[in-house]
Design a protein around this ligand. Structure first.
Ligand SMILES: [Zn+2]
Length: 715
């Protein structure tokens, strides 16, 4: 997942802060090395509200100056001027985003609840400024006759489109209602996220005895012991209510009763009927989104959201999801049959009652099938997957493909002692490229999952500005001094997030609004998913997948087994994902009807023929992508859309001489990673690949039949 920066933010009733810039460190320009770095060591939660309000007031004053300019509208005095109008707010927004996702506390949550509607109102004040929009529209109308560069024309188009899509052309009454809705939604999103976080933190399963650990490998036991100790349960074991803890527990625990408990707790987040239940919030969010779409002139929220995506319409996105759904479900039935056979053998041998594979059994029996069919035990692989060695492997890939070197730096402030920072330099010229912050471990106040965040975007329209990016994940810290061993899936996720970081670091554009990862939502996961393909390359595995005790590289036979098993469990992975993507789209295509999220989820999945052994990867009450903001709403399909490009692009490397082909890598950097949003993504892809993407490679990748006369889903 990609966490979009709090850019082009939000304000309503501007309370001009009493604190001046010199009293509030969050308002200060960044100082220090590399063009300045965030002063994370100076941040106190008490600073946020005054800083945000002062920064919003400053941005609004700048916007008014642009709107009231007596000179005729030009690119420079309107579009370029907007690019620098919210510099202070962008910096404060960086701090705010970091605290929201990684340093959250009850004290901070109160600030979030207070500020979210104000930030939403701020955005509306900007886009509803009629004089400003008239100027943008004038520059847009004259874009082809004003001697603008292609990038400038793209920026004018983007500003005009964004303003129109946000309601700049509506009448006063509609604008007022729109702003009310946006503020209400901002509050609901905040509440939704805080509820999920509360359920993740409040439901820790503490295991009391050795018997409760049956089946768990040593690495999991020691991580669980460390997690318990850090929560005041010395000598016991804690299973956290996060994906990184839930998944391995379900894969290995022999205790079916505890598997059911861990599964149920995890998939009940936001759905416990208590004060953190999200169902009522979801119903309200959907209602308001539907009303807003109508106000803006769209049939549904999904139509509004997808208009500026690569897919363009919900129908085209749905078509892709449905093309993959049927073969994926068929594969699940085969996977379940294999698992049931093993379960039956076990119960017969033990003389115990027959069990029917249930959702909390899927990962457990999948492991057993993997072992039986491919002679591959995830536990055999894990000792070779050391977090820090894989990080070095990522750096190696970045060196080979992008020509980047990573140099650790110590003279930069961090917000938590777990965070480390590297300077990225160009291997050939030794020029400074940017900074990479790495925050790998779970802790209270940090949301689960993994994501990339840009603290500052690359740009050069006033002066050279280099980017600052971060990767965040939730690995459970082991005992001090011991290497952290991670799963193959977690290793893929590391490469994925690093792909987002490289997208930001490769950016080579003029204007910040078009920089790095600021691309269409269904395109942004393409660079990140593509990078996952370098993990299984021999160049990475032989040098960086080293046994944590012997230091030996992962044996070739084991790698061969991993390759043979590569398409294993694709039915499960695809269906749990697709179910979430389909529910997301269908919820947002339903329009303004009253929706009971639990019933909608149950009925829709039943109608789709959802296998009963699988649950959605993100159930509705915990679907952060969709309900913690607008970002990925009606947009969870994006991962599959982008994966169609990813699979097709990976084949370009295979056809072009392998994954380390400098020639193909250069095309990839030039046309995909470096261009940000300065070109239409379909054009960028075509320039890289020489043609549009086809669905065939995706189907091959997952081991599904390639449809005859396959239609590209991504033209
Ligand atoms: Zn991502």
């Amino acid at each position: 997942m990609l966490k979009l920066a709090l850019l082009t933010l939000a304000l309503g009733a501007v309370v001009v802060a009493t604190a001046t810039a010199t009293e509030n460190p969050l308002l200060e320009p960044w100082s220090g090395p590399h063009g300045g770095v965030p002063a994370f060591d100076k941040v106190e939660v008490a600073h946020f509200q005054t800083a945000l309000e002062a920064a919003m007031a400053e941005a609004l004053a700048n916007v008014d100056t642009i709107a009231d300019d007596p000179a005729p509208p030009s690119f420079d005095n309107t579009i370029a001027a907007l690019e620098r109008a919210s510099r202070t707010l962008d910096r404060v927004g960086t701090y705010f985003g970091v605290w929201s996702s990684t340093m959250n506390s009850p004290e901070f949550q109160a600030v979030e609840r207070e500020m979210a509607p104000k930030l939403a109102a701020f955005t509306d004040r900007v886009v509803q400024n009629e004089k400003l929009f008239a100027r943008i529209a004038a520059v847009y109308a004259a874009r082809e006759s004003s001697d603008l560069t292609p990038e400038q024309q793209r920026l004018v188009w983007l500003d005009d489109t964004n303003f129109v899509r946000a309601g700049a052309q509506l009448d006063a009454a509609a604008k007022a209602r729109l702003s009310e809705i946006n503020q209400e939604l901002a509050g609901l999103y905040t509440e939704f996220s805080q509820n999920v976080l509360a359920d993740e933190e409040n439901y820790v399963l503490v295991l009391e005895s050795e018997a409760d650990l049956a089946g768990l490998p040593e690495s999991l036991r020691s991580a669980a012991a460390a997690a318990a100790a850090s929560r005041g349960h010395e000598g016991k074991w804690a299973i956290l209510n996060t994906r990184s803890s839930m998944e391995p527990f379900l894969a290995y625990s022999d205790r079916r009763d505890l598997r059911e408990k861990v599964w149920t707790t995890y998939f009940s987040r936001g759905d416990n009927g208590d004060e953190h239940d999200n169902n009522a919030l979801i119903a309200r969010i959907l209602k308001r989104r539907a009303e807003r779409a109508k106000l803006l002139g769209y049939a549904t929220h999904a139509h509004w959201r997808l208009e500026d995506s690569m897919a363009k319409t919900p129908e085209r996105a749905m078509q892709l999801l449905e093309a993959v759904w049927t073969p994926a479900v068929a594969r699940v039935h085969e996977e379940v049959a294999d698992m049931q056979a093993i379960a039956d053998q076990e119960t017969t041998a033990a003389g115990t009652a027959r069990i029917t594979v249930a959702p909390w059994d899927y990962r457990y029996y999948a492991e057993k099938v993997r072992k039986a069919k491919y002679d591959l035990d995830e536990n055999e692989v894990k000792p070779y997957l050391q977090l820090e060695k894989l990080r070095e492997g990522m750096f190696f890939v970045a060196g080979e493909l992008f020509g980047f070197d990573f140099v650790p730096v110590a003279n930069v402030a961090v917000y938590h002692p777990d965070v480390r920072v590297w300077e990225v330099v160009d291997r050939a010229s030794r020029a400074h490229v940017g900074l990479w912050y790495f925050d790998p471990y779970a802790r209270p106040g940090k949301r689960s999952g993994a994501w990339m965040n840009a603290y500052r975007n690359q740009e050069r329209f006033e002066r050279e500005v280099t980017t600052i990016v971060s990767n965040n994940s939730n690995f459970v810290k082991g005992a001090p001094g011991e290497p952290i061993l991670i799963s193959w899936t977690d290793a893929e996720t590391m490469f994925h997030e690093f792909g987002h970081a490289l997208h930001g670091l490769s950016s080579n554009v003029t204007y910040p609004a078009l920089s790095g990862t600021a691309v269409a939502r269904d395109y942004v996961e393409f660079p990140s998913q593509l990078l996952e393909h370098w993990l299984p390359t021999p160049e990475v595995l032989d040098r960086f997948a080293l046994h944590h005790e012997s230091g030996r590289p992962i044996p070739a036979e084991l790698v061969a087994k991993i390759e043979r098993a590569a398409k294993f469990n694709e039915g499960f992975k695809t269906v749990e994902y697709l179910a979430s993507a389909l529910i997301d789209l269908k919820l947002h295509l339903a329009g303004g009807v009253d929706i009971d999220p639990d019933a909608f989820e149950r009925d829709t999945l039943a109608a789709l023929g959802m296998p009963r052994e699988i649950v959605m990867r993100h159930r509705t009450p915990q679907f952060m992508h969709v309900f913690s903001g607008d970002g990925y709403s009606a947009g969870y399909y994006s991962y599959l859309w982008a994966d169609t490009l990813t699979a097709d692009a990976a084949e370009a490397f295979v056809e072009g001489g392998g994954f380390y082909s400098h020639e193909v890598a250069k095309r990839l950097v030039d046309h995909v990673f470096a261009v940000g949003n300065t070109v239409d993504p379909a054009d960028g892809y075509r320039a890289f690949r020489g043609r549009d993407a086809k669905i065939d490679a995706l189907m091959r990748d997952r081991g599904f039949p390639v449809p005859a006369a396959a239609e590209s889903g991504t033209r």
